[in-house]
Design a binder for this molecule. Structure first.
Ligand SMILES: [Zn+2]
Length: 177
C-alpha cells in the first residue's frame, strides 16, 4: 500500500505569505496530479500557537508564520481538498520545531492502519519540513520517494536544496524528478 504525504502547502509558505518559499505555489498542480492518482493522501499543516518557539520574537529562526486558525495556516486554495483523506497538524507545541509530520502527530498511526509500506512525499519546503518528514518516514521503516517537481526549497543559504537531496539519498530515500 502506497500513500502520498503532502507537506505544508499552506498560504504562509507560498508567495505573498509570511514565510514564502520561492516559487512555492508552483507545487500545487503537481501535488493535485499526484493526489488524484494516490489511494491515500495525507496533508500536513504547520499549525503553531501564537507564541511558538520557532518565531524570531521567541528567539527562534523564523518570522511568525502558520499560526493556527489563521488564513496563513490554511492549505493553498489551489489544493483540491476533495483529494485529501486526512489532515495532520504539527508544530503545535511551543518548544518543538515540529518540522516533521511525524513529530507529535497521529501520522504514523494513520499510515499503519492502512498497511502503508511506501510513501511519496511532496510539498514545502524541501530543505526543512519535507526533508524532516521524509527522513522520519524512512526511520519508521517505510520506503520513501521525494518528488522534486512537487517540492521547492526555501534556501536560507544557497545550496540548501541540493544538500537536502544529498542527505535524503544518504538516508536511503529515493529522490526523483
Ligand atoms: Zn513552522
Amino acid at each position: 500500500m502506497r500513500a502520498l504525504i503532502v507537506v505544508d502547502v499552506q498560504n504562509d509558505f507560498c508567495p505573498g505569505g509570511a514565510l514564502a518559499v520561492p516559487d512555492g505555489d508552483a507545487v500545487v498542480d503537481a501535488v493535485n496530479r499526484m493526489a488524484s492518482a494516490a489511494l491515500f493522501v495525507v496533508a500536513t499543516r504547520d499549525w503553531h500557537p501564537p507564541d511558538h518557539g520557532s518565531f524570531v520574537v521567541k528567539g527562534g529562526p523564523w518570522p511568525v508564520h502558520c499560526v493556527r486558525d489563521t488564513s496563513g495556516a490554511e492549505l493553498h486554495p489551489g489544493i483540491d481538498r476533495s483529494l485529501i483523506h486526512a489532515v495532520v497538524d504539527k508544530g503545535q507545541v511551543s518548544d518543538h520545531d515540529g518540522y516533521s509530520g511525524f513529530e507529535g502527530t497521529e501520522l504514523e498511526r494513520l499510515l499503519r492502519e492502512r498497511d502503508v509500506d511506501s510513501v511519496d512525499v511532496a510539498g514545502l519546503a524541501l530543505d526543512y519540513c519535507v526533508k524532516a518528514t521524509a527522513l522520519d518516514a524512512r526511520r519508521v521503516g517505510l520506503y520513501v520517494t521525494v518528488h522534486r517537481r512537487a517540492t521547492r526549497p526555501v534556501e536560507v543559504s544557497p545550496g540548501d536544496g541540493e544538500r537536502a537531496v544529498a542527505e535524503l539519498r544518504a538516508a536511503g530515500v529515493e529522490v526523483v524528478d
